[in-house]
Ligand binder design. Structure first.
Ligand code: FES
Length: 97
């Protein structure tokens, strides 16, 4: 076993759970949102923010759901078009850590 420090200061987990025939974050566009935020984080935050394609966060009726650490907060009812606002908020949070 071995411990290693992580580079990222903020990690967000975006629900990409797909439930065929039923409501899910995936059906609401979480894959496209995740792809966009992953690309942005890699290019713009020098690994300060890590974006993770996650599973169900138990907030299905309020999806797209995102869990943020170390803030320990959910961002809920996210739409794909909220991407710009999310990036702005994450960048501010990173600068204030
Ligand atoms: S399907 Fe996204 S939180 Fe459950």
């Amino acid at each position: 076993m071995k411990n290693e420090k992580m580079n990222s200061k903020i990690e967000i987990y975006i629900c990409n759970y797909e439930r065929p025939g039923e409501d899910s974050c995936f059906a609401k566009g979480s894959k496209e949102l995740t792809d966009d935020l992953k690309k942005w984080a890699k290019e713009e935050t020098q690994k300060g923010i890590k974006v993770v394609r996650g599973g169900c966060l138990g907030k299905c009726s309020e999806g797209i759901a995102i869990a943020c650490y170390p803030q320990k907060e959910f961002i809920l009812e996210v739409k794909k078009e909220d991407s710009v606002e999310i990036k702005k908020g994450l960048k501010e949070a990173l600068e204030n850590l």
